[in-house]
Design a protein around this ligand. Sequence first.
Ligand SMILES: [Fe+2]
Ligand SMILES: [Fe+2]
Length: 132
Amino acid sequence: MEFVEWTEKYSTGNALVDAYHHIFFQMVQEFSLTLKDEDAPPMQERIAFLVDYTFMHFDSEERMMERANYPEFEEHCAAHVRFKEQVKAIQQEYLAHPDAVKAEEVLSLVQDWFAHHILGEDMRYKPWVETH
Ligand SMILES: [Fe+2]
Ligand SMILES: [Fe+2]
């Protein structure tokens, strides 16, 4: 899979949010590169970490938007909720049928979603958080 590297085009104007996004892409890359490494943590733990990290980032970003009184806060949170449901569903599916879930596909789906979300929805609050 093609890895997304964090570059300036992903900058939201908020240092904490940017740090989360940056680490997120690095984490996907690192998980993917160590998939066949027998000493690496088992897939179940990686998925759990990915889910937790996603939730943690959304919480932090939502608090930031709330503090800035971002007018599209509700819509943005709704997009986060939909994705949280999606990653939770993947996690459940993995727990029920580990062989049915392909790690590479999960990582690539999650990475694509984030890249699009940052460049789309996250960028929409940029001018707002810069001035509020
Ligand atoms: Fe974000
Ligand atoms: Fe977001």
